[in-house]
Design a protein around this ligand. Sequence first.
Ligand code: ADP
Ligand code: MG
Length: 293
Amino acid sequence: ATPTALLVGTGRGAQLGILIKGPEVLENTRRADTVLLDKTGTVTTGRMTLVGVHTADGTTEDEALRLAGALEHASEHPIARAVADAAQERLGGLPAVTGFRSIPGLGVRGTVDGRRVLAGRAALLAGPPVPPALAAVGAAAERAGRTAVTVAWDGQARAVLEVADAVKPTSAEAIAELRALGLRPVLLTGDNRLVAESVAAEVGIPAEDVIAEVLPEDKVATVQRLQAEGRTVAMVGDGVNDAAALAQADLGLAIGTGTDAAIEAADLTLVRGDLRSAADAIRLSRRTLATIK
Ligand code: ADP
Ligand code: MG
């Protein structure tokens, strides 16, 4: 490969909103046969909003929002921002949180108003029982493609907050383009299976190509497993929780509007955050390398 032609490729990449770490990246871009797509912030906008508050008997919506809002105020997760913003808007100020801890891929916990509060996936709670009526509300929200944040304190789940995210308007088209280029798109997410399948259906990915409820540290293992099966894996992600998997992938693509950790770990950055740039990158590398050969 002549360096000149490769550099022309990277220059054209910049015009298309694709930043390439080095010309050698193009070779891996060309060989990829599978593309793992992170859900939140990659296929979806990641700009979440609180769309529902459901409480168990004896708990008011304000009380649930006050405790969950205070706790989530200390987290940087898009879900957390949606909850904290809505709580602040409705209640004005929020109490302080002490002993805050984030449990990646599961949720958060801390002490608010002298109460030990947990918020996140039902699996995070493990101990505190979830009243059947709340569990039913959570399941219905997930079937509709929304994330259910279960909130527990004083040893019991007392509320479910419904958080909605929207699929980016160009994601379905981008996924069709990737497929037309011969890649197999696979949705990879820490979110609930029902939510994941609902988003997948919206963008044209069959349920069999959805890998859900994956803890952040297991995203790397997923990439390795596919590589062991002989696949050449491209991965597109935006989060801190995607960084290790982006580094492990044969080709890591970071969403430019995402976190620095993802951008640093990736080979290539999609500046506009538009998934169609991933297809542009594949096309560009094939064309550039064809010119050389
Ligand atoms: P993704 O892979 O879709 O980017 P994450 O791995 O960041 O998602 O999170 C997986 C799941 O863990 C979320 O869908 C949510 O249910 C739960 N979760 C993570 N962080 C929080 C938080 N701060 N508050 C509530 N729930 C959370
Ligand atoms: Mg993400």
